[in-house]
Write a new protein. Structure first.
Length: 146
Protein backbone atom coordinates (compact mmCIF):
# COMPACT_ATOMS: atom_id res chain seq x y z
CA UNK A 1 0.00 0.00 0.00
CA UNK A 2 1.20 3.49 -0.79
CA UNK A 3 1.30 5.77 2.24
CA UNK A 4 1.87 9.52 2.08
CA UNK A 5 3.31 11.18 5.20
CA UNK A 6 2.61 14.78 6.08
CA UNK A 7 2.35 17.15 9.01
CA UNK A 8 -1.16 17.08 10.41
CA UNK A 9 -3.55 19.98 10.23
CA UNK A 10 -6.53 20.85 12.39
CA UNK A 11 -8.77 18.92 9.98
CA UNK A 12 -6.78 15.74 10.73
CA UNK A 13 -7.40 15.75 14.50
CA UNK A 14 -10.54 13.55 14.32
CA UNK A 15 -8.62 10.83 12.48
CA UNK A 16 -5.61 11.08 14.80
CA UNK A 17 -7.77 10.70 17.90
CA UNK A 18 -9.69 7.78 16.40
CA UNK A 19 -6.44 5.98 15.51
CA UNK A 20 -4.71 6.64 18.84
CA UNK A 21 -7.79 5.67 20.85
CA UNK A 22 -7.80 2.36 18.96
CA UNK A 23 -4.07 1.67 19.17
CA UNK A 24 -3.50 2.73 22.78
CA UNK A 25 -6.87 1.82 24.28
CA UNK A 26 -7.33 5.48 25.16
CA UNK A 27 -10.44 7.57 25.42
CA UNK A 28 -9.32 11.02 24.26
CA UNK A 29 -12.19 13.36 23.56
CA UNK A 30 -12.04 14.88 20.05
CA UNK A 31 -13.13 18.34 21.22
CA UNK A 32 -10.37 18.35 23.84
CA UNK A 33 -7.81 17.29 21.23
CA UNK A 34 -8.98 19.99 18.81
CA UNK A 35 -8.70 22.64 21.52
CA UNK A 36 -5.11 21.64 22.37
CA UNK A 37 -4.13 21.32 18.70
CA UNK A 38 -5.49 24.82 18.00
CA UNK A 39 -3.54 26.25 20.96
CA UNK A 40 -0.25 24.67 19.82
CA UNK A 41 -0.55 24.55 16.02
CA UNK A 42 1.89 27.45 15.53
CA UNK A 43 4.52 25.93 17.82
CA UNK A 44 7.15 24.72 15.35
CA UNK A 45 8.52 22.30 17.99
CA UNK A 46 5.28 20.28 18.22
CA UNK A 47 4.66 18.21 15.13
CA UNK A 48 1.95 15.65 14.53
CA UNK A 49 3.01 13.42 11.65
CA UNK A 50 0.36 11.32 9.92
CA UNK A 51 0.42 8.62 7.28
CA UNK A 52 -2.45 8.58 4.80
CA UNK A 53 -3.39 5.34 3.03
CA UNK A 54 -6.58 4.67 1.11
CA UNK A 55 -7.69 8.22 1.99
CA UNK A 56 -7.58 7.61 5.77
CA UNK A 57 -5.11 8.25 8.57
CA UNK A 58 -3.46 4.88 9.22
CA UNK A 59 -0.25 5.98 10.96
CA UNK A 60 0.74 8.67 13.44
CA UNK A 61 3.66 9.95 15.50
CA UNK A 62 3.93 13.01 17.74
CA UNK A 63 7.35 14.66 17.44
CA UNK A 64 8.47 17.14 20.07
CA UNK A 65 11.65 19.09 19.32
CA UNK A 66 13.43 20.18 22.51
CA UNK A 67 16.19 22.77 22.21
CA UNK A 68 18.33 23.01 25.35
CA UNK A 69 21.14 25.18 26.68
CA UNK A 70 23.11 22.03 27.57
CA UNK A 71 25.88 21.30 25.12
CA UNK A 72 25.88 17.51 25.61
CA UNK A 73 22.12 17.27 25.15
CA UNK A 74 21.94 19.98 22.50
CA UNK A 75 18.62 19.84 20.63
CA UNK A 76 16.83 16.50 20.61
CA UNK A 77 13.44 15.06 19.69
CA UNK A 78 11.03 12.85 21.60
CA UNK A 79 8.54 10.64 19.79
CA UNK A 80 5.34 9.43 21.36
CA UNK A 81 2.01 8.00 20.23
CA UNK A 82 3.80 6.19 17.40
CA UNK A 83 1.25 3.86 15.86
CA UNK A 84 -0.01 2.12 12.74
CA UNK A 85 -3.59 0.94 12.32
CA UNK A 86 -3.55 -2.76 13.31
CA UNK A 87 -4.65 -4.16 9.95
CA UNK A 88 -1.76 -2.38 8.19
CA UNK A 89 1.02 -3.51 10.49
CA UNK A 90 3.79 -5.72 9.08
CA UNK A 91 3.77 -3.67 5.85
CA UNK A 92 6.80 -1.58 6.94
CA UNK A 93 4.65 1.53 7.38
CA UNK A 94 6.08 2.06 10.88
CA UNK A 95 9.63 1.95 9.52
CA UNK A 96 8.77 4.46 6.79
CA UNK A 97 7.17 6.71 9.38
CA UNK A 98 10.31 6.56 11.54
CA UNK A 99 12.31 7.54 8.44
CA UNK A 100 10.09 10.63 8.15
CA UNK A 101 10.48 11.40 11.86
CA UNK A 102 14.27 11.26 11.56
CA UNK A 103 14.15 13.48 8.47
CA UNK A 104 12.23 16.08 10.50
CA UNK A 105 14.68 15.68 13.42
CA UNK A 106 17.65 16.27 11.09
CA UNK A 107 15.95 19.34 9.60
CA UNK A 108 15.68 20.68 13.16
CA UNK A 109 19.35 19.93 13.96
CA UNK A 110 18.51 17.31 16.58
CA UNK A 111 21.42 15.42 18.09
CA UNK A 112 19.30 12.35 18.87
CA UNK A 113 15.77 11.01 18.89
CA UNK A 114 14.25 9.46 21.97
CA UNK A 115 11.12 7.38 22.02
CA UNK A 116 8.49 6.89 24.68
CA UNK A 117 6.59 3.59 24.45
CA UNK A 118 4.42 1.84 26.99
CA UNK A 119 5.53 -1.59 28.23
CA UNK A 120 2.55 -3.48 26.77
CA UNK A 121 3.55 -2.58 23.18
CA UNK A 122 6.02 -5.46 22.76
CA UNK A 123 5.56 -5.78 18.96
CA UNK A 124 6.31 -2.08 18.54
CA UNK A 125 9.41 -2.49 20.69
CA UNK A 126 10.68 -5.11 18.25
CA UNK A 127 10.37 -2.61 15.41
CA UNK A 128 12.16 0.07 17.42
CA UNK A 129 15.04 -2.33 18.14
CA UNK A 130 15.32 -3.33 14.49
CA UNK A 131 15.34 0.37 13.53
CA UNK A 132 18.36 0.88 15.78
CA UNK A 133 16.88 2.31 18.96
CA UNK A 134 18.59 1.20 22.17
CA UNK A 135 16.82 0.81 25.50
CA UNK A 136 18.20 3.41 27.86
CA UNK A 137 19.26 2.44 31.35
CA UNK A 138 16.64 4.70 32.86
CA UNK A 139 13.12 4.74 34.23
CA UNK A 140 10.34 7.01 33.08
CA UNK A 141 8.84 8.63 36.17
CA UNK A 142 5.47 10.34 36.32
CA UNK A 143 3.54 12.10 39.06
CA UNK A 144 0.15 13.71 38.76
CA UNK A 145 -0.19 17.36 39.67
CA UNK A 146 -3.22 17.82 41.89
Amino acid sequence: MEVVFKKATYDDVDGIVTLCNECFDENTNVEYAKKIFKETENDQNQIYLIGIGNGKIIAHAKITIIPTIYEDMNTYAILNHVCVKPEFRREHIGTKMLDECFKIAKENDCKCVELWSKNFRQAAHGMYHSYGFDVMDAKFFSKEIK
